[in-house]
Write a protein that binds this ligand. Structure first.
Ligand code: AQP
Length: 326
């Protein structure tokens, strides 16, 4: 099966990005052909600094590898380096109803958040995302829950294209984990953890042990004092229990038992330790990779070439079917 997914280099990656997306990429790369890219073109739809984006791209590749991606197996590259993504996006634009884009939750949320910059790219984001996957004839898209609606649109565009121009694409399935697909903000457990939110609402993959301790101890909790999972009545503690369970590989029920009669402070202290220990090898690998610039550049170059070969083949077929070749 061909698997495709990507992450925007909008800021450092956090444990939501890891638990919702990257953690499932790692086992997938063993038995599938995996295409994992850095979604730099998507990142341009929100305010960004042109002087800093190359550095963010580099940090994101390093994060992919430090978190366990294997460049010998997966195709890793930068989206803007394979121009067929945008070429296919344009062609898909011509079959995508605008109303479908206007009802997308992410578009509505980001239009509210960036009122001064409601650009056409923000609206068109899911069409580019459809092109990102379909240019590789992707069949599975491992993502967090927030991307479900976009994958639905991707499926509908694949179907529409096939109906209009002949069978070309499979409809990709969204691969969304049962647990961890929506990690919430530490400061407001009703909102998802987001890279672009205030830093204390996220645990970044390379946060120092001191920062992790501070962030966990100041995480918003709920009234009462019991450490029990109840998403409606105790969203803060439930979010922390989810993180605990996923990083410690222990069922939530067992963690509840272990902390029966104990305080929030004791629970948070233990959680901070678990996060620090889990992320320690990531920090070590990141440090090492940051000194190996040539190696990282080589990975991207090789990834670009492998990706381009597949993308050009699809583009040729699409253009033939759409009557664009003589
Ligand atoms: N809180 C989350 N819990 C679980 N999964 C998450 N993802 C994002 N946040 C969570 C998943 O991580 C991947 C990253 O996608 P992205 O960078 O393209 O965009 P995003 O979903 O908009 O991520 P952020 O962190 O919220 O970034 P900003 O602040 O830049 O918008 C996707 O698979 C996503 O589902």
């Amino acid at each position: 099966m061909r698997i495709v997914s990507g992450i925007q280099p909008t800021s450092q990656l956090h444990i939501g990005n890891y638990l919702g997306a990257i953690k499932q990429w790692i086992p997938l790369q063993e038995k599938n052909e995996c295409v994992f890219f850095i979604a730099d073109l998507h990142a341009l739809t929100v305010p960004y600094d042109p002087k800093k984006i190359q550095n963010s791209i580099k940090e994101t590749v390093v994060a992919y590898i430090a978190a366990g991606l294997n460049p010998e197996k997966a195709i890793i590259f930068v989206q803007s380096q394979v121009k067929e993504h945008t070429e296919l996006c344009w062609l898909f634009n011509t079959i995508c109803p605008i109303g479908e884009l206007q009802r997308m939750t992410q578009y509505k949320d980001k239009s509210k958040k960036f009122k001064e910059n409601i650009n056409a790219g923000l609206l068109d984001y899911p069409v580019l995302q459809a092109a990102d996957v379909l240019i590789y004839k992707g069949e599975g898209v491992p993502v967090g829950k927030d991307q479900e609606q976009h994958i639905e649109l991707m499926r509908s565009l694949a179907k529409k294209f096939n109906q209009k121009f002949g069978q070309t694409f499979k409809e990709p399935a969204s691969l969304i984990l049962k647990e961890g697909s929506k990690i919430m903000s530490l400061q407001d457990p009703k909102r998802k953890m987001s890279k672009s939110d205030e830093p204390k609402s996220c645990i970044f993959l390379f946060d120092s042990p001191e920062d992790i301790q501070k962030k966990v101890s100041s995480a918003q909790t709920d009234s009462g004092k019991d450490i029990i999972y109840n998403i409606t009545k105790k969203p803060g503690i439930s979010n922390l229990l989810t993180i605990y369970s996923l990083l410690n590989n222990k069922p939530i029920k067992k963690i509840e038992e272990d902390f029966k009669g104990k305080s929030y402070a004791e629970f948070k202290k233990s959680l901070a330790e678990i996060i620090i220990n889990y992320l320690e090898p990531f920090r070590r690998k990141q440090k090492e990779l940051l000194t190996r610039e040539v190696y990282v550049q080589e990975i991207l170059k090789k990834g670009q070439s492998r990706a381009q070969t597949i993308a050009q083949e699809t583009m040729k077929e699409v253009k033939d079917k759409m009557g664009l070749t003589g």
